[in-house]
Structure formats: C-alpha cells, structure tokens
Design a protein around this ligand. Structure first.
Ligand code: ADP
Length: 475
C-alpha cells in the first residue's frame, strides 16, 4: 500500500502537464495534454476541459490516493468571473500573460502605483483589470462581459456608474471577481470561491505586497478594489477540500485538499528543490535567468529585478538578454554535443566575449545600447564555442555578484535548469567563475514544483490538525 500522493498541475502556454509524487518526492506519474487547435478562441473552455482530461487519465488507484493538489499558471494571466459560478460564469475572455494593455491603462497604473512598480508594466494583471474596469465604466453596451453581467443581474441596470462609484455593480448582485489562471483552476476543484483566493506570487503583478501580506493602500482605496481576490495566501497554503461534486466526478478523495498555487517560473524553481538562503537556480535555456533565495528582498526596476516571497525567504530574480539562443545562431544542438569534449575549461580562451542575440542588455548591466561582443572568431570551432560559453558564464557570475552588491544573501550553491544544464564542460567553466558548487537540477518541471507545494500544504494541514488534537487533549 502506498502513502499519500500529491498532484501538481502546470498550465503552460501550449498545454498542461500533471505530476503525481509520493511523500518522499518520487515522481510516480507524469502526463501531458496539449490544448489543441482552436484553444485560443476559448482559453478558459480549453483549460477546463484539459484539467479534467488530465485527472481522468491518471490510474483510478492513483487518483484515490491524492491527498492534495496545487496549480501553477502563467504569470499575469487573469479572468473576470461571476463569484457565484466561476466555472460557467466567465464574464470576459481571459487575458493572457503576454497581452500588453493600452498606453492609457499603463499610464493609469503608473498614476496610482509607486514608481517602477512591477504592476505598472503594460502586461501586468493590474493593467488588465484596469482595461476591464474602464470598458465597463465608459461603455456598458460595448463590452461583452458587462452585457452578460447585466443580463445575469450581476450589475445594476441603467447608466454606467461614475468612475469613482463601483457600487452600481454590486447593488443587485455581487461584483465580478478577478482571478488568476491558477486561482480559477483551483476554484474549479474546490468550488468554494467566496470573494476569491489567490497566492502571493500570482498576485504580485496585481500590486499585492507580500511583505506586509496585504494590498497596499494605493490599491485598496481604488474603486475597483472589490474585484480583487479577497484572500491572498502563501503558495502551498491549504485553501479548501475538493467539492463533493468534483470528488464524485473525478474519483479524487473527498478530503483531497486544494492548496494555493504559484506562477509557472516559480514552480519550476521550486521543482529544483532549493530551500535555503544562498541557494540559486540558473536557467540556461534560450535566455539566461538567475533566481536566488535571499533573506533580504530586492526590487530594482532599472535592472528588471524583483522579489517573490516563498515562505519566509525571498526569491530574487533577474534575467539577461544573453543565453542559449545565441549559441543556436552558430551551432546546432548536435554540433554543441560533438564539440563539447574538445573544450578545455582549465585553459580559458580570454576572448572576452559578451554574447547577445541583438544589441541591448538589462541585467547585470542595464544598457539598451550594449553591443554584442563575439569577435574575433577563431578558426577553431571548439575555441569559438568555449569563448561563447565563457562569455555567458561571465554574465552569470556578474549577475550573482550584482545581487550580492545589492544586498542579497551570499551565494552558496547553484543548480542548473534548461538545455545548458546537460553540458558538463560548461558546468566546469561556470563553477570556476562562480566559486561555488554547481550541479544540474534533478527536477525542473513546473508541475513537479506544484506537486511539492501540494505536499507542503498537506503537511501544514496535518500539523495544524495534530496541534488542535493536542490542545483538546490538554484541556
Ligand atoms: P527554452 O528556453 O527554449 O525552453 P531549453 O531549456 O530547451 O530552452 O534549452 C535550449 C537551449 O539550450 C538552446 O538555446 C541551446 O543553445 C542550449 N543547448 C542545448 N544543448 C546544449 C549543449 N550541449 N551545451 C550547451 N547548450 C546547449
């Protein structure tokens, strides 16, 4: 007989993936499903369908053993729902992570938020909410969701409310509710939406302050504040058990706990299994991204650095424009594999490259004009490749030095995710420059990270139950 199992669900850009793990963190099952053609015409419908397809394709015995589940979704992907029926009451098509809102909305966000706040980017969740609010406010007949809301009795009929008065929306029914993709998917399982539950990570681009665990005053006093998820909890915190109907439909146990989720990139970080300040994950995919656990929080918009909260530590992240995409310009993955044995990490080339796919860098130096430096090219391909790998490794080391200079916890260890993790010579080059142990992350899939969050939530719930039991016994 197996112990409790934990289900992590990752909803990415083109498909979704599920991981089932056991108490020891062993991967028991891993399944994926694409959203299919035409998904873009109805994102929420596709996510809804794929969620239940993924659960259904797990073995019934596995499903029956799932003690907790957690989701990750793409950051700043959000929708407006009728809180009374979030599954069917989707009031406007979801706005995806990369959908930039108009200049006017970005300006409106800038006018209310502190300078350079992450919620002021045109793709932020705040700008998306402002678009919906603005559409509803200025032309009630023009927007699909507001018309539907009116028909459903959600909003008061009559003229559009003035910009400062949102009470019109709630006078004859509850106001619509903003949920992130991960919040909404979780709500499909627990069906206990209330005024909405989100997590610190997803809510960051909405303007939530994870430091004081509240919406800051500049946001809470806005007329649209009642549309914000009312509860914002730690990623992995227990939210509610699956509903009776969902348990019956899916074969998940009735006490299967739905836990708060996170964003896809944080779930991928969590998957690597780092837990202590000073541990970091470098992602060597198309781009070079670094994420470091730190006891101190850092935010610097000029460098594109901001901090997510995970438990009691901060996940400080930054991304360079350099990365594997530059390597692909010169070499196929097959050539990379063939040339790698010829590299000599112990003999640095001193070519001094700064590999970039195009002019401009953000972090560790913020310089929109920075020119790529990848010349002169030696006749020997292996030497050229080594120069490029050293250049990218220099940027990585400079990135961690920069975070340390800004006050982050000192670097202790680096795990590597992405295509570059498979190159042992590159790892050696990087280790020399970083001066700390470097190893490949065993797990790098976001769904695995979400499953770890589910396990954390279940453990937290068990500990709370045990403590309550002890308190009763002591009386
Ligand atoms: P993405 O960010 O596109 O998901 P991946 O994590 O799949 O990227 O990594 C792909 C990148 O890994 C490519 O840009 C490629 O240059 C790099 N890569 C693949 N194989 C190797 C290798 N053997 N050595 C170094 N880099 C590699």
């Amino acid at each position: 007989a197996q112990g409790p199992l934990y289900l992590g669900l990752d909803f990415g850009t083109s498909g979704a993936r599920a991981a089932v793990i056991d108490e020891e963190g062993r991967l028991v099952r891993d399944v994926k499903r694409g959203y299919g053609e035409g998904a873009a015409a109805d994102w929420t419908g596709s996510w809804h369908r794929v969620l239940f397809e993924l659960i259904d394709c797990l073995d019934p015995a596995l499903r029956a053993g799932v003690a907790a589940v957690a989701f990750d979704g793409t950051s700043a992907t959000a929708l407006l729902v009728d809180p009374r029926d979030p599954a069917r009451g989707v009031l406007a098509p979801a706005k995806l992570y990369n959908e930039a809102q108009s200049k006017e909305m970005a300006a409106a966000a800038k006018a209310m938020a502190p300078p350079a706040h992450t919620a002021t980017a045109p793709t932020s969740t705040l700008c998306k909410l402002l678009t919906w609010w603005h559409e509803a406010d200025t032309d009630p007949a023009a927007t699909h969701w507001r018309r539907r809301a009116l028909e459903r009795g959600l909003a008061a009929p009559g003229p559009a409310p003035a910009a400062s008065a949102c009470s019109g929306w709630s006078s004859s029914g509850p106001a619509p509710l903003l949920l992130h993709q991960a919040d909404w998917l979780a709500a499909l399982l627990h069906e206990d939406v209330g005024r909405g539950t989100s997590d610190w990570n997803n809510a960051l681009k909405l303007g939530f302050d994870p430091g004081c665990e509240a919406y800051p005053d500049w946001l809470a006093r806005q007329p649209f504040a009642e549309l914000l998820p009312a509860r914002v909890v730690a990623p992995g915190a227990p939210v509610a058990p699956v509903s009776t109907a969902v348990a019956a439909r899916t074969g998940l146990p009735g006490d299967c706990l739905v836990c708060a989720g996170t964003t896809d990139s944080i779930a991928a970080f969590v998957a690597a299994g780092v837990t202590e300040a000073g541990q970091a994950v470098t992602s060597l995919g198309s781009t070079l991204a670094v994420k470091l656990l730190s006891t101190t929080r850092l935010d610097d918009a000029a460098y594109g650095i901001y901090s997510h909260r995970l438990g009691d530590v901060w996940l400080v992240g930054g991304a360079s424009n350099s990365g594997g995409a530059v390597l692909r310009r010169f070499f196929t993955d097959e050539q990379l594999r063939q040339l790698t044995p010829c590299l000599r990490p112990e003999a640095p080339t001193r070519l001094g490259y700064y590999p970039l796919p195009a002019p401009g860098e953000r972090f560790p130096v913020a310089d929109a004009e920075l020119q790529p430096r990848m010349e002169p090219r030696p006749a020997d391909d292996a030497l050229f490749l080594q120069g490029l790998l050293e250049g990218i490794a220099d940027i990585e080391a400079a990135a961690y030095r920069r975070l340390a200079d800004m006050g982050a916890s000192p670097l202790k260890e680096v795990l590597t995710a992405g295509g570059g993790a498979a190159n042992p010579k590159w790892t050696e080059i990087r280790q020399r420059l970083l001066g700390v142990p470097v190893r490949a992350a065993v797990q790098g899939e976001a769904c695995y990270g979400a499953a770890l969050l589910a396990r954390q939530g279940a453990r937290q719930a068990r500990a709370a139950k045990a403590a309550a039991g002890k308190a009763v016994a002591a009386k």
